[in-house]
Each structure stands twice: as structure tokens, then as C-alpha cells.
Design a protein around this ligand. Structure first.
Ligand code: PLP
Length: 349
């Protein structure tokens, strides 16, 4: 029995939530009789086809267990060991993957760029690439973008195009960490192609777990050449699921009737509701624009402690020591948001 029972839902992470009904139903449907293994099954084929359909592209698709593996193996496919990967200084590949991208890419170096609201600028990318061109510097070869960003902001299609245009001109491949890609699509209201291959993205790591799937991410190569032998990379990296249908079937459940977008839009809306409830409270400051399913707020330490004492779970210090990160999930309810905000108001008073 979970220790978190005293409150049904929390704001600590969009990973705290369970499996959404659409993914669960598909998982149960896949659990009948025997089926072929290692991805050679109908569910995996159907999930990959649905991804090709929603991206309107003949992309190569692979299903892996988690985001760290998706990012690391994808990045390893885009560069050699003597290359470097440019990313924002808050990027998950830098701060939360235990060096896995460097490990799987055999030592490729990650170069960090600053940028307000978790976003890089084309000028900073250009500067980082042009700063050095001598043999002693790890040659920049990849630009890695997170969409939605680690602070819950979202790159617009135009911002992406400026970045990827610069990347192309400078000979960089483009990787997108899309752990919350669904939230970004729902936030922008664009066709998925507009912020991926049409915006110059070569490979997208499309997050499933934060969107309502139990586990698993899809690695989507729009540049098929870069996918060469990726299946071997997955196998060597321990990411080739023997019973692949249980990774892929939930994607069918999510994609076939648009549940992925509905759930993302819902979690974004809950974040907006939370922002609305907190924004004007004295002593509370919203520190980043709320554009997806995250609210970052600073509040007095005693209030923070009080909320924790009342059984709410959330993280503090993800970005800076002061701010608390409040994540909404596919199953966050308006009542959860209102109850949290009411407790916060009481504690402030
Ligand atoms: C931006 C981002 N990328 C990737 C991931 C995936 O990480 P994991 O390896 O835990 O699935 C996360 C999870 O928190 C994330 O926030």
C-alpha cells in the first residue's frame, strides 16, 4: 500500500499519476494469448503507423523503456565521441540523466547554453559553435531542445525555426527531448509536424509516461538516415523489450482517438487554474510563464512546510533553492487544485 494514500493526488511530478484508461484498456487488450516478440507484433506496427499518421511523415519509430534511454541513444546516433551536444543549462540530459548521454555516445561532450525561461536563443547557439573551430575543441554536432522546457515554457514554431535554421546552417543535427511534447502541442494548438520535422527536428523523444502511459517513450526519427542500426543500439543498451507489445499497445490506446492531446490539454488547463489561484496571493510569486503543465512558485518557507505537513507532495529546489515545482497530470482534478490553493491561502493567513 502506498504511503501517499492520505491524498489521492499530488503536484510533485507528472510521473506520480497512474495509467490513463485509454492506455490501460489497450494494455489489457494486448494481454490475450501469445504474440510475436521483440517488436515484430501487430501492436507495435499499429503504434508506429499511428505515429506516422499524427506526424504526417514516413518516420522511423522505436519504443524504449524511459526518457533517459531515449535521449541518450538518440543523441548517440547523431554524433561521434569527439563531437559535442549543445543544450540549455537546465536540460534534463545535463542535470538528470547521470551522464547517460555522454556514456552512450562514448564521451561526446555536453556544452551548456544559458537562456531565460529555459529557452536557448539562435544567437547563443551561433556563438557557442563559432567560439572555437580548432582541433582541441569538441566539435559541435547536435542541438538538443526540450519541448516543453524543464521550466514549463514552450518554444513557438517560429522560435524553433530560428534555432533549427541556425543549427542547419552550422552543420548541427537537431534532437528534441519531448518528455512533455504532448503538452507543448496542446499548448500551441499546432499540428505536430509544425514543431518537429517541418521545424527542422531530426529526432524526437516523445514522452509517454508523463502523458498517461505506464512506461515507455517513442523515439521518432524524421531523418531516417540517422536511424541506421538504431535497433542494434537499443538492444545493446538494454532497451529492446522482448514483450514489446506491452510498451507499444498503450500508445495505440493514446493515439487512436486523440487521448494523448486531451490528457495534455487537461493537465495544461489544471496548471493554468493553479496559476490563477496563486498568482495574486501576497507572498507568492509565479517565477516562469505557465505554458504547459508546470507551475513554478516561490512562497514563504513556513507556508511550504505547512503544505507538506498537510500531506501535499511537491518538489522544492528543482531549478533554484527557493522555488517549488507544482506539476499537473492527466488525472489532476479541479478539486485537487482548489484544495491545494485553499490550504495555501489558509497558511498564508
Ligand atoms: C525534460 C525531461 N526529459 C526526459 C525525462 C525522462 O526521464 P526518465 O528517464 O526518468 O524517463 C524527464 C523526466 O523527468 C524530463 O523531465
Amino acid at each position: 500500500m502506498s504511503r501517499l494514500q492520505e491524498r489521492p493526488r499530488h503536484f510533485a511530478s507528472d510521473n506520480y499519476s497512474g495509467i490513463c484508461p485509454e492506455a490501460w484498456t489497450a494494455l489489457a487488450a494486448a494481454n490475450h494469448g501469445h504474440d510475436t516478440s521483440y517488436g515484430d507484433d501487430g501492436w507495435t506496427q499499429k503504434a508506429a503507423d499511428l505515429l506516422r499518421q499524427i506526424f504526417e511523415a514516413d518516420c522511423e519509430v522505436f519504443f524504449v523503456f524511459n526518457g533517459t534511454a531515449a535521449n541518450s541513444l538518440a543523441l548517440a546516433s547523431l554524433c561521434q565521441s569527439y563531437h559535442s551536444v549543445l543544450c540549455h543549462e537546465l536540460a534534463h540530459i545535463e542535470t538528470a540523466e547521470c551522464g547517460a548521454p555522454e556514456f552512450f555516445a562514448n564521451g561526446s561532450k555536453i556544452l551548456l547554453l544559458p537562456g531565460a525561461n529555459g529557452k536557448m536563443s539562435a544567437a547563443d547557439v551561433e556563438h557557442a559553435v563559432r567560439r572555437r573551430d580548432d582541433i582541441h575543441y569538441p566539435k559541435p554536432r547536435v542541438l538538443s531542445l526540450t519541448q516543453a522546457t524543464e521550466v514549463g515554457t514552450v518554444y513557438s514554431a517560429a522560435e524553433l525555426q530560428a534555432l533549427t535554421g541556425t543549427a542547419r546552417r552550422l552543420g548541427l543535427n537537431v534532437h528534441m527531448d519531448g518528455a512533455r511534447f504532448a503538452n507543448a502541442v496542446a499548448s500551441l494548438g499546432v499540428a505536430p509536424k509544425e514543431i518537429t520535422w517541418q521545424a527542422g527536428v531530426d529526432v524526437l523523444c516523445f514522452g509517454g509516461s508523463k502523458n498517461g502511459i505506464g512506461l515507455g517513450e517513442a523515439v521518432v526519427f524524421f531523418n531516417r538516415e540517422l536511424a541506421a542500426e538504431f535497433d542494434y543500439r537499443c538492444k545493446q543498451g538494454g532497451q529492446l523489450a522482448s514483450k514489446m507489445r506491452f510498451l507499444s499497445a498503450p500508445w495505440v490506446g493514446m493515439l487512436q482517438d486523440g487521448a494523448w492531446l486531451r490528457h495534455a490539454a487537461h493537465s495544461n488547463a489544471m496548471a493554468k487554474r493553479l496559476e490563477g489561484a496563486l498568482r495574486d496571493l501576497p507572498g507568492v510569486e509565479i517565477v516562469f510563464p505557465v505554458e504547459s503543465n508546470a507551475v513554478f512558485a516561490e512562497m514563504p518557507a513556513a507556508v511550504r512546510e505547512g503544505l507538506l505537513a498537510r500531506g501535499w507532495k511537491f518538489y522544492t529546489g528543482v531549478i533554484t533553492p527557493e522555488e517549488s515545482r507544482l506539476m499537473c497530470s492527466w488525472d489532476t482534478t479541479p478539486e485537487d487544485v482548489d484544495a491545494f490553493a485553499a490550504d495555501l491561502r489558509e497558511l498564508l493567513a
